[in-house]
Design a protein around this ligand. Structure first.
Ligand code: NAD
Length: 416
């Protein structure tokens, strides 16, 4: 049904590999893989020029064994149901790995937010939320931002849901602006977490973060905060790429100037503080840490042999294909797998949800402290698993997450 998507196939192949390793019964495997619920909607939107366009949107809820489902909403022209199903499955293993009481979910609309006005995006978001009302809610499914969406999108979603039910429901989405129930530190959390884990990986490899080098693909929410998080400890960001191109400066990019340029022009291309490099050159630059923080499947069997990094910190979801992963598992590269590496976002989303439910808000220091404790603990669990079982980093992280879901499903029964 869904196998026409390479991303879905990739998520299934990863799961099958781990299910085999864990000895999960064949009869259980289909039920663990297939999403519990898929909603497809068509959302008509009136554009500023008066024309009406019909957009296709999806929401996928993967499993319900721990409680409500949780996951981002993506606005991107290439969004497909298969991709959203894969992202929902990865959310399940991620939440379980870091110990959050959620099943995975994901949503998306095939649209190009870069070519839409704010009013068009608002109409699209409100109409989409209206369609999702029967299947979202603070105890059912809690959306959050992902690629192409942000705090403003979440504020519109929360407002549309609240007007429909007749009172303000802060906990229906996370990643909101702080003024309307968002958590301090949520916007920065994913990138902050990536930088924290990359620093821990550098410690493990005895690389001094001060003076180390990094290359980042993606300069949106995650790439931006990762770059600044790494720079805080003296790591030089040699190159950054996005959908418009890539820039490289062997002495290190001036991040504030690049951020100002991107704010103004909506892309890194044309930045004067670096030389132009191609997307492929970007990924093969010599560096200590390479951070894909944009789309899926960018590290492939074609370019994996060209990587010259010591650490691959997967900030994006699914950046490495199965074929490339086969090469990486036999290499010396320290891989921080996506479900661990970018988990800071959903961890602080969980904190936001908890704060919203209790109407009791924490300081940023409390948020960061709790975030780092969970990341530290999870990384150490994964590293111990790798050492004890002599397995690859991704297999260890997935095995821990998948096993927790399998155990919960077993004790609950067939429903969730
Ligand atoms: P974003 O929309 O804020 O930024 C995306 C960035 O990727 C932009 O700089 C864009 O120009 C760039 N990009 C898009 N297509 C590209 C391409 N083909 N080649 C190179 N660059 C491209 O999105 P984000 O929230 O930063 O998310 C980035 C990744 O991190 C996604 O894989 C997302 O699923 C993952 N992630 C995000 C969060 C979060 O909290 N936002 C949490 C966990 C994981």
């Amino acid at each position: 049904m869904l196998t026409n998507s390479p991303v879905w196939k990739m998520a299934c192949d990863q799961f099958d590999h781990i299910a085999e390793y864990l000895g999960i019964a064949q009869t259980e495997r289909e039920r663990m893989k297939d999403p519990k619920r898929i909603m497809v909607v068509h959302v008509p939107v009136r554009h500023d020029d008066g024309t009406v366009r019909n957009y296709t949107g999806f929401r996928v809820q993967h499993h319900m064994a721990f409680g409500p489902t949780k996951g981002g909403i993506r606005y991107h022209p290439d969004v497909t149901v298969g991709e959203v199903c894969a992202l929902a499955m990865w959310m399940s293993w991620k939440c379980a790995l870091v110990g959050l009481p959620y099943g995975g979910a994901k949503g998306g609309i095939a649209c190009n937010p870069n070519k839409m006005s704010q009013t068009e995006l608002e109409r699209l978001t409100r109409r989409f939320t209206q369609e999702l009302i029967p299947i979202i809610g603070p105890q059912i499914d809690i959306p959050a931002p992902d690629m192409g969406t942000n705090e403003q999108t979440m504020a519109w979603m929360m407002d549309s849901y609240s007007t429909r039910v007749g009172h303000t429901v802060l906990g229906v989405v996370t990643g909101k602006p702080v003024t309307v129930g968002g958590s301090l530190g949520r916007k920065e959390a994913t990138g902050r977490g990536v930088a924290f884990l990359a620093n821990r990986a550098m410690d493990a490899l005895k690389i001094d973060a001060d003076g180390a080098t990094a290359v980042i693909q993606g300069f949106g929410n995650v790439g931006f905060h990762t770059a600044f998080g790494l720079a805080l400890h003296g790591t030089k960001i040699l190159a950054i790429g996005d959908h418009t191109g890539a820039v490289h400066n062997p002495k290190g990019l001036h991040l504030d100037e690049l951020a100002a340029h991107v704010e103004k022009t909506k892309g890194v291309v044309g930045f004067k503080g670096g030389d132009v490099v191609t997307a492929e050159e970007l990924l093969s630059l010599q560096c200590d840490v390479l951070i894909p923080a944009a789309v899926e499947r960018v590290i492939t069997e074609k370019n994996v042999k060209n990587l010259k990094c010591k650490i691959l910190a997967e900030a994006a979801n699914g950046p490495t294909t199965i074929e490339a992963d086969k090469v990486l598992r036999d290499s010396d590269v320290f891989v921080l797998p996506d479900i661990l590496c970018n988990s800071g976002g959903v961890i602080v989303s969980y904190f936001e949800w908890v704060q919203d439910l209790q109407n009791f808000f924490w300081t940023e220091v409390e948020v960061n402290d709790r975030l780092y404790r969970i990341l530290e603990q999870t990384l150490s669990q994964v590293m111990q698993f790798v050492k004890r079982e002599k397995v690859y980093y991704r297999d260890a992280a997935l095995a821990i997450g998948v096993k927790k879901v399998a155990d919960a499903k077993k004790v609950r029964g067939l429903f969730p």
